[in-house]
Structures are given as structure tokens and as C-alpha cells.
Design a protein around this ligand. Structure first.
Ligand code: SF4
Length: 366
């Protein structure tokens, strides 16, 4: 069964009707369960569960400490290029946005790497806009070869690749893939992606699975919150993560709950997602998949991130910049505005103050 078929099992579900019949007793019983079903997870995403966030938080904290200890893996994004052929209405790199387009030379990649490495980080996430012409697999591989001199774990967030291309990158040293579906609702997906290869919903949806088949160590998925109803998007993200984890036992499957941020082009969120909504999503997911990673980026405010440390998050970005070449020099316009602008040392100090160990490196194979 494909992930599309798996998700299709729930596409006709009447979420409002399901939520209406959830009781307080149901939520209490689910919080106490050892192993949650998919529909238990959905119940924890219900409006009814909002009254039970404290109990969910205690359980989420207990499970996270049990599986991850008091640790937080740190990484930072490195934007290699911002050329893009797509027209995602919610993104500053939209093909028709009049921004300075850039692609780093290897000398510039070295400058970025040196600036990041000086902070002590060993894990990076490299990103490009979606342009096979400007950011070919060969170019990404060349950058990976350069970056291996500085970092021990290199993940990619680029356009969806085929399985052989993911394999090529695994062989080159890439060990992780981040691929957001952006929005699981197919109709809204079509509306928000009016042109370009990204219109192909299913090719993107299958990309995380192709990465698993290609031998990636970690695969991170998510929906961009603010584009559609957050409860159903959180649910489908969880179903997708569960599908991958059950099928690919040797892959670390994790999720992110990214929320829309201001960007060039200014497309406003279709749905307002509150801090409380994000907290409920993270807690529900932690109870559903106790051993999965949850990543919280600098899209969120410093206060929000500080408060989320003890609620199930296992990985945080730090010292982030969403512009090409932004670590080494003041750079062009970013993909979106970040909210938490603290540097790596500040984030580490915040974690220590909460009795958490910042982890700069938990992986190396070369
Ligand atoms: S979200 Fe990605 S694919 Fe869409 S316009 Fe932005 S960079 Fe391009």
C-alpha cells in the first residue's frame, strides 16, 4: 500500500463529527494508554483535548525523557541557492518574486561553512530553491564534498528526487532528507501551487518514501501550518510519519510543525494557528509516536521555543539565516523572516538553564 492509499483511508472522514463525539473520559483514557492508534492521535488533536493539555504535557515530557534524555540536537540551515521554478504563493522564493537570485560558488560555500563551524555546530541542513538547472544533483554533491570537511551530518531540503538520485547523495555523504508536503489537502495544494513541477502532489508525497528506500538515515516531514485546517494537517502528517516508520524500521522518521512566517510577496495565512495549537499538536504527536524526533525551527519566537523544550521537542535550529550566503555576510532577501534570532551560544545557554544538554554531534561515518 502506498502512502497515498494510506491517507485515502481518512480523506472522507468527517473530522467535525468525529471531534463532537470525543469525551473527556476518552481523552483521559488515551493519555494513559501504552500504544495509541491513529484515531487516538486524532482524538488528542480535538478541541475537547485542549482542556487536557497539562496532563498531555506531563506524559509527553516523561516519554521524551525516557527515549531522548535531557538532550537537544542543534543544527543550522545553510541556503546554497534561491533559484526556483515554482510559484508557491506562500514563499519568498516564488519564481515571479523580484528578488536577487544567487547560487553559492564553492569558495562561498567554504566561507559559509567556516562561519557555521566556528559556532561548534556539526549538523547542517542544506537548502536550495527548486531549480534542477541551477541546483543540479551534481552541484549539490559538489557542495556536500566541500561541507564534509566541516560537518559530520549533512541533510538536504531540496526539490523531490528520484530514488537513484537520493542513493547518489547517500553515497556522497548525505544522511538526512527534509521534505514538507506543505499541505496534505489535495484541493488546497492545487490552489496554492499554480505552476511548476511542484504541482505534482503525488510525486512530492512519495519523496520521503523514496528517500527511505535509498538508504537515508533520517527523514523529516511536515505540513506548513497556516495553509489549511491545522488539526487535519497535523493528523495527516502523523499518519504519514507512522506509515514510514512502520515500513522502514531502520530510518529515523521525524516531523516538524513549521508555521507560516512573513515573507516577500506577503501571502497571508489562510488559517491562524496559535501557540496553543502548536503545543497541542506537538504533545499529541509525542504521545502517538514516542520515539520519533520533533524539530522546532527559528520560525518560532524565543519565548515559544524556550517553553517547548520540555514538551517533546528533540531538535532545534540555532543561529539561523534563510538567505543565500547569510552566515558569512549580510545577504540578500531570505525565504521568510525568522523569529528567534539568538545565536548558537545563546541557545546552548538557554538549554543548560533548563538542565538540558545541547548536542552538537551525534553522527559521523567518515
Ligand atoms: S516553497 Fe520551495 S518550491 Fe515553493 S517557491 Fe519556495 S523555494 Fe520554490
Amino acid at each position: 500500500m502506498s502512502v497515498y492509499e494510506e491517507l485515502s483511508n481518512y480523506r472522507d472522514l468527517n473530522f467535525d463529527k468525529f471531534f463532537d463525539q470525543i469525551t473527556d473520559a476518552d481523552i483521559q483514557r488515551i493519555i494513559g494508554k501504552q500504544r495509541l492508534t491513529v484515531l487516538d492521535y486524532l482524538a488528542l488533536l480535538s478541541p475537547r483535548a485542549e482542556k487536557h493539555l497539562e496532563a498531555m504535557a506531563q506524559q509527553a515530557h516523561r516519554l521524551t525523557v525516557q527515549h531522548f534524555g535531557h538532550t537537544m540536537l542543534l543544527y543550522t540551515p545553510l541556503y546554497l541557492a534561491n533559484y526556483c521554478v515554482n510559484q508557491c504563493v506562500y514563499c519568498g522564493f516564488h519564481a515571479h518574486n523580484d528578488i536577487e537570485r544567487k547560487k553559492l560558488s564553492q569558495e562561498q560555500v567554504i566561507a559559509e561553512a567556516e562561519a557555521i563551524a566556528a559556532t561548534g555546530l556539526k549538523h547542517i541542513l542544506i537548502l536550495t530553491g527548486e531549480s534542477r538547472y541551477h541546483s543540479s544533483v551534481a552541484y549539490i554533491k559538489e557542495c556536500v564534498q566541500t561541507l564534509k570537511n566541516y560537518f559530520t551530518s549533512i541533510s538536504i531540503e531540496v526539490y523531490p528526487l528520484n530514488t537513484d538520485e537520493y542513493k547518489e547523495l547517500v553515497e556522497a555523504g548525505v544522511d538526512g532528507v527534509t521534505m514538507y508536503q506543505e499541505v496534505y489537502d489535495e484541493e488546497i495544494y492545487a490552489e496554492l501551487h499554480p505552476a511548476g513541477p511542484k504541482r505534482d502532489y503525488r510525486y512530492r508525497l512519495d519523496a520521503p518514501e523514496r528517500a527511505c528506500q535509498a538508504g537515508m538515515r533520517t527523514v523529516n516531514i511536515g505540513a506548513l501550518l497556516g495553509l489549511s485546517d491545522w488539526r487535519s494537517e497535523a493528523f495527516f502528517t502523523g499518519v504519514h510519519a507512522d506509515y514510514l516508520q512502520n515500513k522502514y524500521l531502520d530510518v529515523e522518521v521525524s516531523i516538524s510543525p513549521p508555521r507560516m512566517r512573513p515573507h516577500v510577496g506577503g501571502f497571508p495565512p489562510k488559517v491562524i494557528v496559535t501557540d496553543k495549537n502548536i503545543v497541542q499538536y506537538v504533545l499529541a504527536f509525542r504521545l502517538f509516536m514516542p520515539r520519533s524526533g520533533i524539530t522546532l525551527s527559528t520560525r518560532e519566537s524565543a519565548k515559544m521555543r524556550d517553553n517547548m523544550v520540555r514538551l517533546g521537542i528533540t531538535k532545534m535550529s540555532a543561529g539561523s539565516c534563510t538567505a543565500v550566503g547569510g552566515h558569512a555576510e549580510k545577504a540578500s532577501v531570505g525565504q521568510f523572516e525568522i523569529s528567534d534570532e539568538r545565536d548558537v551560544a545563546d541557545i546552548a545557554a538557554m538549554l543548560y538553564s533548563q538542565n538540558y544538554q545541547p548536542v552538537y554531534k551525534d553522527w559521523q561515518i567518515w
